[in-house]
Design a protein around this ligand. Structure first.
Ligand code: GDP
Ligand code: GDP
Length: 438
């Protein structure tokens, strides 16, 4: 279970973005900018007392210009339902209850999430008291008068929000250690790499009769952070019979990849890229895991100033689908660069968890389509109406288009490249879904 997510919903000009900025501002809390979100922060971490959570300003998301208020709010509500645990419904306390407020309330009442009503722009509580009470007619149990611009009442609002978090919500980001899996064919050097990271020849895990050794992980600490090496028992204590059989090594790779956050593909530099490497690399890719390609036994390679380049070319040619994966040349034997895998893993995992604000994403897509117009067929041109990142890890984007059949593989690849150029995403696969706009 991740941190709770709180969505701010309401019609334009009620003070949603002012409230958003206040909730995530340093005065109250910590702001943790998500990478890529610098231009337009619509999604940010906030903290109140001992609770951390994420705030989403759904109102800042751009929808199509011609959208009616009803359409816009319906979409906001939809996002809120999909993504959040608590909804803050902001209304303008100076204007009083309008038909629009009632309409939005009727939508939100149907949503099966707790709604906290924030009556905003209340700087003078005493004078405005009767205006505030009027908002009880919207039918929500929780009502708090606030001034987003000067902060009055925002503390009470936050208490109310935190009270509505689902039971069992974590108070802090799952500080769950990053789980790394060394994958690759037998004898590539996986065990040697694990031992290197664990600080040399560790005692072999003892066999407990009747239990499987299948999923024994090793922990280690590096620069005060804990990491888990997935499935290491099977690596360190090899069965000579099964190890040689390709089927088992692929099976093991599948299981390790499923359980890891980052896959470290180990290639034997002496052998180059083999069929088995391709198969295992393909699994990591298909499972959508951030991946680093480690070319091991680099100490055995006769080098001149072209060697690294040539090997890089070979990797890119033989594993084209892993084009996003960084390559690191290492030696488990001498220890050269092995420790770099840790900071690289952190980096690619962070990239996999990046969330791109919808408005920014759409800006980039519009820009891309004006540079290279989408394909057309029989006089009909593909039109991308609207895009949204629906999930992370791996980043998954959905593009709503006039006709999905008009989307070509090559154009998708072009769009993927544009997204990568703009937002990084080194090390992580990204996925793009194309949907007919309903
Ligand atoms: P949004 O469209 O809902 O995101 O609204 P904004 O946050 O952009 O605010 C709309 C207008 O209301 C701006 O002019 C803000 O300065 C003003 N505003 C926002 N919060 C308050 C408040 O607490 N009190 C007063 N008096 N004005 C506010
Ligand atoms: P695994 O089957 O992938 O776990 O591979 P191992 O870690 O058991 O290594 C297979 C063989 O390669 C062993 O004899 C290791 O000593 C050797 N080896 C592993 N890494 C290196 C390296 O970086 N350089 C050299 N020269 N030998 C290595």
């Amino acid at each position: 279970m991740g941190l709770p997510v709180v969505a701010i919903v309401g019609k334009p000009n009620v003070g949603k973005s002012t409230l958003f900025n206040r909730l995530v501002s340093e005065r109250l809390a910590i702001v943790e900018d998500k990478p890529g979100a610098t231009r337009d922060r619509l999604y940010s971490k906030a903290q109140w007392l001992n609770n951390s959570f994420y705030v989403v300003d759904t109102g800042g998301m751009v929808f199509e210009k011609e959208d009616s208020l009803a359409g816009e709010v319906t979409k906001q509500a939809q996002i809120a339902v999909d993504e959040c645990d608590v909804i803050i419904y902001v209304v303008d306390g100076r204007v009083g209850v309008t038909a629009e407020d009632q309409y939005i309330a009727s939508i939100l009442r149907k949503v099966n999430k707790p709604v906290v009503l924030a009556v905003n722009k209340i700087e003078e509580y005493k004078k405005q008291e009767s205006d505030i009470y009027e908002f009880y007619t919207l039918g929500f149990d929780s009502l708090t008068a606030i001034s987003a611009s000067n902060g009055l009442g925002v503390g009470e609002l936050l208490d109310e929000i935190v009270d509505n978090f689902p039971a069992g919500s974590p108070a802090e980001e799952d500080e769950d250690s990053l789980k790394l899996a060394f994958i690759g064919k037998p004898n590539a050097g996986k065990s040697s790499m694990v031992n290197r990271l664990l600080g040399e020849e560790r005692v072999i895990v003892s066999d407990i009769p009747g239990t499987t050794r299948d999923a024994i992980d090793s922990k280690f600490i590096y620069e005060d952070k804990e990491y888990i090496l997935v499935d290491t028992a099977g690596l360190r204590r090899k069965s000579k019979i099964s190890e040689g059989i390709e089927y088992y090594s692929v099976l093991r790779a599948i299981r390790s990849i499923e359980r890891c956050n980052v896959a470290l593909l180990v290639i034997d530099a002496e052998d180059g890229i083999t069929e088995q490497d391709k198969k295992i690399a393909g699994i990591a890719h298909e499972q959508g895991k951030p991946t680093i390609i480690t070319v091991n036994k680099w100490d055995l390679v006769q080098k001149d100033n072209q060697t690294t380049n040539d090997f890089t070319k070979e990797v890119r040619r033989e594993l084209p689908f892993l084009h996003y994966a960084p390559i690191l040349f290492v030696s488990a034997k001498t220890g050269q660069r092995v420790i770099k895998l840790i900071s690289m893993s952190e980096e690619v995992y962070e990239n996999a968890c990046t969330r791109i604000p919808t408005s920014l994403l759409n800006e980039i897509i519009i820009e891309a389509t004006s540079i290279t117009p989408p394909p057309s067929d029989k006089g009909k041109r593909l039109k991308i109406m609207y895009s949204s990142q629906v999930s992370v890890n791996p980043p998954f984007f959905v593009m709503f288009v006039n006709d999905p059949d008009l989307m070509h593989f090559s154009y998708l690849r072009f769009l993927e490249n544009q997204l990568r150029e703009t937002f990084g995403f080194k090390g992580t696969p990204i996925r793009i879904g194309v949907r007919q706009r309903s």
